[in-house]
Design a protein around this ligand. Structure first.
Ligand code: FDA
Length: 298
């Protein structure tokens, strides 16, 4: 990322909300469930599975966490009713992790049990590093009871290889991503190439370890390595899938689908679109630059 791009990406937070909303509509399925279901139907028709994220990341009290629980049950009902190929992705801070871990565990258990009845999969997103141990601990516990739940591993985390070994031992599926939070160097690798190398290292361990892997990246260099490993290790097609965010590099997504690989798209929806969208914009200076130009023009 060049200095100018960094400066533009860093100033995303001062972009007016209506402009962020217009530009980010490609990253969000909609504010309501109905438009989200239509988007998932479309993705299914294009050969992709989905996973639904209800936006609004942290809950500060019991009432908000209970709302989130209700939202996810509503999503699970709707996915079943419409016969859509989709699971759900859940953030534990949305279910109460920041103020009551026991409540959070109980909320997640209710969602996982409800999803199990409907034969749906629950992916527990990974958040910032103070949440890593609690999140993985809860996933291990839920997996032991229900089985339809999986973890996320971030390649920038120095601890990830140990977490991967424990997931392999327990047979728990994991999504592997680079990691999106701004972590201190003591905890996370900061260098782009080191994160890439660690991604490849962790992916190889996971594929050799036989757990189901969600290869979540839009980085074609990593996708090439993933395809290489799948080929060299003769990994069966039912042991992995590629995962991408809605609205990001659809061309690459189509290339993977057309080559016969399973692809799942992460589909966020809801009224709390602003925080998610600014994160996506900060990640992609090309789009942030476009937004900046748009602001200058308007
Ligand atoms: P990188 O950022 O290098 O991007 C590679 C290329 O993809 C870029 O050159 C650009 O062309 C394109 N690209 C990337 N982002 C784009 C954007 N916003 N708009 C347009 N193009 C873009 N993180 C986390 O900490 N916890 C989690 O639970 C998850 N979950 C998750 C699920 C899924 C399905 C995905 C794909 C990603 C996540 N992430 C995540 C986010 C992840 O950690 C990471 O921040 C992003 O995927 C960006 O990293 P890439 O590997 O795509 O590489």
């Amino acid at each position: 990322m060049g200095i100018l791009d960094k400066a533009i990406a860093g100033s995303v937070k001062v972009i007016p909300r209506p402009v962020v909303k217009r530009i980010s509509s490609r990253y969000i399925a909609g504010e309501d469930l109905e438009s989200t279901l239509a988007k998932i139907r479309q993705l299914n028709e294009q050969g992709c599975a989905a996973t639904v994220d209800v936006l609004g990341e942290t809950s500060d009290n019991k009432r908000e966490a209970a709302e989130k629980l209700k939202d996810y049950k509503r999503v699970l009902d709707a996915l079943e009713e419409r016969g859509l190929n989709s699971g759900i992705s859940v953030k534990l801070t949305g279910l109460g992790l920041l103020f009551d871990e026991a409540l959070c565990r109980a909320n997640l258990e209710e969602i996982v049990a409800y999803a199990a009845e409907k034969e749906r999969f629950v992916r527990v997103d990974m958040e910032d590093s103070p949440r890593t141990s609690a999140t993985l601990g809860i996933v291990h516990e839920m997996y032991g009871r229900y089985g339809n739940v999986g973890a996320v591993i971030q390649a920038y985390m120095r601890r990830s290889i140990e977490d991967v070994d424990r997931l392999i031992e327990a047979g728990i599926s994991a999504r592997l991503c680079k990691g999106i939070y701004d972590e201190p160097r003591k905890i996370a690798y900061k260098d782009f190439d080191t994160v890439r190398q660690n991604y490849i290292f962790l992916l190889e361990e996971m594929l050799k370890g036989g757990v189901y892997v969600g290869i979540a990246t839009h980085d074609e260099y990593l996708i090439w390595h993933a395809l290489r490993l799948v080929h060299q290790l003769e990994v069966p097609a039912d042991r992995y899938e590629f995962q991408m965010l809605l609205g990001v590099d659809e061309e690459l997504r189509d290339i993977l689908v057309e080559s016969g690989h399973k692809v799942r798209v992460y589909v966020p929806f809801g009224k709390d679109w602003y925080e998610y969208s600014t994160r996506r914009l900060q990640e992609n200076p090309k789009i942030a630059r476009y937004v900046a130009e748009d602001v200058v023009r308007s």
